[in-house]
Every structure is written in C-alpha cells, then in structure tokens.
Design a protein around this ligand. Structure first.
Ligand code: 4AD
Ligand code: MG
Length: 500
C-alpha cells in the first residue's frame, strides 16, 4: 500500500511503499541504512543483503544523495529511529539517480547555499522552517476568520504611499508612475467602513536601504483593521493574536522547533497580557543606570562565550591534527568548526557593537524613533513581547491619530518580540479628523489630490478606527530562533542580494 512517512503510524506491521528522495545512506556489512525523505518526514529504510536481489542491493549501495526512489517494506515501530518507524525493505526502485548533489551533509557557507536555494529547500532546516511558516500563516488566517474579520485583498499596484516615499518601488504602469504596495492599510481603512472588521494578507515591498538581518525588500504582512475600536482594544487584539500563533506552532510543529533549536520553554510562556510601556518610559529605561549595568552584563557574557568558543575550536583542531579519525567524525568536526567560527564572528560583532549600542541608548533623546539596537535592549530585558505605545508624532507615519490629551504623541504601538528579535508588529489608531489629517498630508509634502479618496473616509461617517501589521518573516524568525529573516522565506529578496 502507498503511504507517506507521516502516515506510517497507521501501518505498523503492514507492507507499505514510500515515494521520496534519498536523504542519506550508510552501509554496515550486509546492511544498508537508507534515510528517505518524502516531504512529510524522514524514515530509515533498512535493506539487507540476501533479502533483496544482489543487483538491487548494489544499485542502492552506490546510489547518490537526492536520487528519487520508491521503497517497499514492512513497517515496524522503532523508537530509536528518526520518526519512530522503520521499513525492512523488500523491494525498491530508482526513479532518477542523482550524482554529485552539490549540497552534501557537511556544512556550507551562506552564499553557496543561497545560490543553491532551489536545492537547499530540501535540507532539514529549511524544511522545518517551511513547515513552521506554513503553520504561522494558517494560524493567521484562522484567527481572523474565526473572529469575524472579512478578508479584503488590497492592491499591489498603489497610487499613494503609506509608509514614507523614500521606500517606494516605482513601477511604470502604462506611462503612469505607480508603486508596489508598502502596506494595504489605507485601502483597508475604506473596507473597514463597510465590513467593520477586515484584514488583508499579502506580499509588501520596501525599497529599504537596510542590509540588516531584519529587513527584506519583499515580505509578507497581515494587517487587521477595526472600526469602532480604541488603542487598548488593538493591544488586546495583538496579544491574543500573537499568543494564538505561538500556541498553534507549539501544537503542530514541536519536532521542527526542536530541530531548529527554538527556545520552546520561552515560547510556552507566551500568553496575554504582554508588557506595556509608553515610549517615554522606554526612553527613560534606555537612559537609566539599569541599562548601563545591563549592557555591561551582556558584554561580560559575550566575552565568556568567546573564550569558550575559542577553547572548543582549539580542542577540535588538535583532535583533527592528531589524525586517525573515522570519516563521520571528521565530517562532524568540520561541521562543528564552521558553526563555531560563524558564531565567533557573531560574538565578535556583538562585542564590537556593545559599546556603540550602550552609547546610543545613553544618548537617547525624547523625540527620536527607537532604533534597532534600542529595541533589542528593551526586548532582551523582557521574557514576553513588549508593547511600546505613544511615540512622538514626528517620528511616525502621517496617518497616526494624535493623542487628544497630549498632542506631542500619537496613539500608536509597536510590539517588540523578546530575546532581541525586535519589532514584529507596528500599528496605531488612525487620524479620523478630516482637518487634522489634511494638515498632516500637507506637512509631509504629499499631494492632497492623491489622498482625496482617503480624506473622503473622514467626511462620510468617520469613526475611531485602527489596526496593525505583523511581518510574517520576523515572526517566524522569532518563533524558530533563526537569527536572519532571509531563512524564513523560500526565495528571499534583500537590498544587496537576489540570488535566484
Ligand atoms: O511598522 P510597519 O511599517 O507598519 C505598517 O506598515 C502599517 N501600515 C501596518 C498597519 O498598521 N496596518 O510594518 C509592520 C510590520 C513590522 O512590524 C515588521 O514586522 C514588518 O511589518 N516589516 C518588515 N519585515 C521585513 N522586512 C522589512 N523591510 C519590514 N518592514 C516592516
Ligand atoms: Mg514599524
């Protein structure tokens, strides 16, 4: 019977056929251990000489990694085996033999892997990442669909800017200049006046000149928008939403989280309420003695980690030099060395940046937007996501609603993920007063004519309303503990690099 690896649990003690690819293999005398992957998991298939024709045994013994194959055998429970089930092979077939697959089990550099992204997607890490991303997206849709939101598909070609004209990608649209969307929000606001609670979900584009681990030029964003809400309502929506996503991933993807080395204990703590700080409180924290001490502790930790890494590298190098190591051991060492050296580079960067970031924090002045390093400091100080609300109006987008009690700030919020992952949500109440909004549009130097339809919403039955945007790749990076968001989308687009 044909089945998949994930379905093996329903076929113990039956003969089944799997169709997949050869992930890895090793032979030990009369036994050949074939690790097969089929898109649903990994399974060890054991071929024994004498139990299959000799030619078949030989063919599989020399078969290259990533050859496509089908394998038939008796399914048995085997707790020590990857996936918990094993196949005792009775028959097998090669569909397409692969030789010299470029991505071998040893470690490779990022550039090499990105140039081979079409193949790299088959690797365990990328597969786990893809499964987590899939769950995150499914949870996003389910959350809004189950909470009476209506999906509205906003356009990709847009006529107006939402998040500043500096990051617009211009498109020649039949001799007219349009832009790739930075946000669906402005369109969504008009839909909220029809449906009440709406969301859009799609790719968004920013010509952002940032080569950081948090920036892509094309990323996926989900944006809810709610009529008749207030800032507090939005914060509650945000914390319930993010907690729901995390819980779903914990339910559906625990093995993948383990493979990726995610901090599962920390994720289990993600439940409402999240921490709440105003921008002014955050600014006070950054310039406080507490932050000075915190940064010194961090530096201390980095120095200790650096010493440990260096010692481990020396040990491995000495072992290699001595020689006589088995092949698997050499490969393991080579892999560990690459990982250690890469971590060493990261730690060196952290050691170099620490004093700069400490100075940036100490010099922080009310009025500036929080920078990536400021967010990192706040986020490292907390075990749950932190909301930072009420930013100075000059630092934020034109559409944000002025706080009627303090005109210097807007009713907005960012949600900062813990453990240094930074902002994953940006949102606000929207300016619902026509004249105030028009003044902001003038202030930005935008052409009011282009915003006429947006201003109309403030003429015909304007209501308090607001929403937010959550970046999918940043959320996946935080949940999985992946440090660079380029690994959280199948084919990343970055400012300086588009590989395939
Ligand atoms: O804070 P942002 O710019 O907010 C908006 O676009 C609002 N119009 C959303 C709304 O209120 N409807 O972006 C929202 C989120 C960020 O918190 C971040 O997670 C993600 O989108 N994001 C990016 N992700 C990857 N690469 C980039 N260059 C990103 N820019 C924003
Ligand atoms: Mg933002």
């Amino acid at each position: 019977m044909k089945t998949t690896i994930i379905g093996l649990k329903n076929h113990a003690a039956e003969e089944v056929t799997l169709s997949g690819w050869l992930y890895n293999s090793r032979s030990s005398g009369k036994l050949l251990f074939l690790i097969v992957r089929d898109g649903t998991g990994l399974c060890q298939c054991v071929m024994e000489k004498g139990k299959v024709p000799d030619e078949l045994f030989d063919e599989f013994r020399h078969l290259g990694q990533e050859s496509s194959i089908s394998v038939t055998g008796l399914c048995r429970e085997e707790t020590r085996s990857v996936g918990g089930y094993e196949l005792a092979v009775t028959d097998a077939k090669v569909i397409c033999a692969a030789t010299d697959y470029p991505i071998t089990p040893k470690a490779h550099g990022v550039d090499f892997l990105m140039k081979n992204r079409h193949l790299h997607l088959r690797s365990q890490r990328q597969w786990c990442m893809g499964r987590v991303r899939h769950t995150v997206i499914d949870a996003i849709r389910r959350f809004f669909n189950d909470n009476d939101f209506t999906l509205i598909d906003t356009p990709i070609f847009t006529t107006i800017a939402g998040e500043g004209e500096q990051t617009l990608f211009e498109v020649d649209y039949f001799d007219r200049k349009l832009h790739l969307t930075q946000t669906g929000q402005l369109y969504l606001e008009s839909a909220a006046m029809s449906f009440g609670k709406v969301y859009c979900f799609g790719p968004t584009f920013r010509a952002e000149k940032s080569k950081t681990r948090r920036h892509l030029t094309e990323f996926w964003m989900v944006e809810p928008e709610v009529a008749y809400t207030d800032l507090d309502g939005l914060l509650q929506l945000g914390e319930n939403f993010v907690s729901y996503i995390v819980q779903r991933v914990l339910e559906d993807n625990r093995p993948q989280l383990e493979t990726l080395g995610a901090d599962i204990v920390a994720l289990e703590k993600i439940a409402p309420p999240f921490h709440r700080l105003t921008y002014t409180q955050a600014a006070d924290i950054l310039t406080s003695q507490k932050t000075v001490e915190f940064m010194a502790e961090q530096l201390d930790g980095f120095e200790k980690r650096k010493a440990d890494i260096k010692q481990r590298i020396t040990e491995i190098e000495a072992e290699d030099k001595k020689g006589g190591l088995k092949k698997w051991r050499q490969e393991k060492n080579a892999k560990e060395l690459i990982e250690l050296r890469s971590e060493l580079t990261d730690v060196d960067v952290k050691i170099e940046n620490n004093p700069k970031h400490a100075k940036l924090a100490a010099d922080f002045r009310w009025g500036k937007d929080l920078g990536g390093s400021d967010e990192t400091i706040i986020s490292l100080m907390h075990d749950k996501p932190v909301f930072i609300t009420h930013y100075p109006k000059e630092a934020k987008a034109f559409y944000m609603r002025a706080d009627r009690e303090n005109d210097k700030v807007v009713e907005n919020f960012d949600m900062i993920a813990p453990a240094g992952f930074g902002e994953i949500i940006g949102g606000s109440m929207r300016e619902d007063d026509h004249d105030r909004l028009l003044a902001k549009i003038h202030n930005e130097g935008y052409d009011p004519a282009a915003y006429e339809w947006y201003l109309d919403l403030r003429k015909y039955g304007s209501v308090p309303h607001g929403g937010f945007g959550l970046g999918v790749e940043r959320t996946v990076a935080w949940i999985t503990g992946e440090k660079h968001i380029r690994q959280c989308i199948a084919f990343p687009r970055m400012m300086d690099k588009v590989y395939i």
